[in-house]
Every structure is written in structure tokens, then in C-alpha cells.
Design a protein around this ligand. Sequence first.
Ligand code: PLP
Length: 411
Amino acid sequence: MKRRDLIKGLTLLPMGGSFIGNMLPGEAMAGTGFKHGSKRNLVKELGIRTFINAAGTYTTMSASLMHEEVMDAIDQSAKEFCMLNEVQDKVGERIAQMLHADGAMVTAGAFSALTLGMAGILTGTAQEKIKRLPHRLEEAGIKSEVLLQKGHYDGYEQALYNTGVTIIAVETADDVHKAVNEKTASMHFLNCNAQEEKIMHEEWLQLAKKYHLPATIDIAADVPPVSNLWKYNDMGFSFVALSGGKAIRGPQSAGILMGKKEIIAGARLNDSPNGVTIGRGMKVNKEEILGMYAALDKYINQDHDKEWKMWEDNIGFINEAVKKVKGVTTEITVPPIANHTPKLTISWDKNIIKTTRKNLGDKLRNGDPSIELISWGDPDNSISLTVFMLKKGEHKIVAKRIQEELAAASA
Ligand SMILES: *Cc1c(COP(=O)(O)O)cnc(C)c1O
């Protein structure tokens, strides 16, 4: 493109008018005030809403905040060049040791860990197979079927479909027996949907062993407890997929794939920066690879009992405050797997308090400061919250605001 055309194009952009003379875009940007160390607050400048997160590690809410240690790792590594594969090698080795795995790698979230782990199983390190994904697997002699229990479909199996496999639904050991054939690649398990009356982990692993298949597991949101970080490696799953940006508070777009050495080796070759492969769009930069490691290190070594006690105290504080409003009843529960942290559900008598879940959620969202609760899923006269993503002291603001809004809606 000619310089003149570039400039002509610029006038079509909303910012076009602010460019001085015939500067090129790069030169003009120097005039917008991006100076090193200027400490501009872009979130404020762009008018992006920030809020107190009393909901939890929800992806759309940007999930979690990184600790200083993670920011330091990102900051320092941003100032040097490294070979990306060397960063993965060294970090993967450390993570594998910490989490009792044969091998590990940092991925672009648990979703990409699932896709890459599946790809690793299908292709190993064979380049002609890696190039083939996700099309016409069978023609290339690649296995193409994955077994999944009916109750374990939650949408995230899309990550497996991305490699080109078909998923076969099973319910019983007999179903597994009937489904296994020469095309079967693996048996996948969704940890948060494990149901006592169906096939549980140990039996799933035994069946996989019986049919010489890898058993794989998605534990994306399943810490705390911290012991879950290694529990499923110890049990013998061939790969385990974990989110980095949920309760571990690593970079939101990072996750961990860990498991058998040969699966990790295959996954690495399917991932960036090792060719134009299905993982090429799942690039993780060196800052996030190292940030993920720093987050994991911090998470493993922190005082989990103390943190749990703080959560109980803070949720107790909110509970006591909102219970004072006439017509309110509350319940504190802890989900057994996934988001395993105290959760407060606040319900109200509709004859006394004239509001709905959606209304109350909107009032808190649009108030000052803005607060997000779990304003979906519950019945119309109740709302839920968690405290594990609150910053110091925010539980008091949350308690006060909910109490105020419920009182204001009281007849
Ligand atoms: C959050 C989640 C994922 C996706 O994790 P990302 O780290 O956001 O890619 C996958 N599976 C389950 C069960 C999850 O909860």
C-alpha cells in the first residue's frame, strides 16, 4: 500500500481527525501519551466498568486477579528474549515435579489443554498425523472415537471434538465393553460431574486398563482443595486438564496439561510454536507460561486453612447482616466439587420484599461501587454469592449494599 493510500484510509477511522499532518499511524501514536512509566489507568480512561466480584471465577467476569508474584514474573520476563520451547521445557519439568506428573506444559486454558492432550493421544509425535488433524482421521490411520459417560456432557467436550474425534456416550461397564473397537482412542471423564451411582474414577481407570486405553480427566475448576492438583495424577489418569486463571489465580488465558510423557510430547508438537498445527491459535507467551508457574508455586505454598477461615468469617459477616432484614432467609453451602468454597444463598418472602433476583442483581451492578453476585440460576426470589474473589474489606461493602437494597424493597 502507498503512503498516500494509508493516510487516506486513516481519515475513515474515528481517530483519523486527530492525526497531525501526514504522520504515519505509528508516528501518530507516539503523540497519544503512551509514555513509559506514565502510570496511565486505561481501565478508567476507557470507561470500563470495574466491580466487586462476589460471584466467583467466572470467565466473562475475567475470572480472578493475579497476585503480585505473578505480575512480577510477567514483568521481568517481558524484558528479555527467550526461546519459547525452552521456557516450556523448563517450566513443564518443574510443574510436573510439583504435581506428581510424568510431564506437563502450560496451555491457553483448560479448554486448550483438553484439545492438545487429545491431539497428543491421537498423533503422538508423528508429523504426518499432526498435519492431518482435525480432518479424515481414519484415512490416516488415526483413532477417532472417545468414550464419555452420558452425565459427563457439559459442553466442554467441544474441546475434544476440535481434534476431529467422535464422542460415544456410555452409561455402564457393559456399554463400554460394547463401544470399544479398533477406532477407540480414549475414555474421558468430567470430574465435576462424577456421580456416585454411575462409573466413578477408579472403575473408569480399571476399564481403561482392561481395554488398554488412556483415561483422561477434566478438573478445570476443581481446586480447592489443593490436593486435587496431584490427586488425579496419582490415581493414574493419562492426562489431566486444569484451568490456570480460576482459583489458582494465574493468567486467565493459561492452563495446565499434565500427564504421560508421550502425550505431552505429542501435545507440544501440536501446539504453538511447533508448526502450523491445530494448536497454532492456542499460543501462550513466555510471560504467561512463567506467570502460570509463579501462580502455581504461590498457590501450593499458601496457607489454605487460614484462607478458608477468612472465607468463612467473611461469608458469616454478610450472612449476619442480610439476615437482619425482615423476610430474609439464608443458607451457606459448599459445593463438593468445582468452586469448592463457601456459598451464601439469600432468599426472601415475596410478600414482604418486593424485588426479584434480576432486579436486585441489577441494583447492585448499577450501584456505587458496582457489585456482581451470582444473579442467575436461583429461583426468582433468591440470589447467591461467594467471597473467594473479594479483596480485603470488600465483604463489608457487599453486606451493606445487599442489606440496603433488600430493606429498600421491603413493603
Ligand atoms: C472453566 C472450565 C473449562 C475451561 O477452562 P479455561 O481455562 O477457561 O479454558 C473446561 N472445563 C470445565 C469443567 C470448566 O469449568
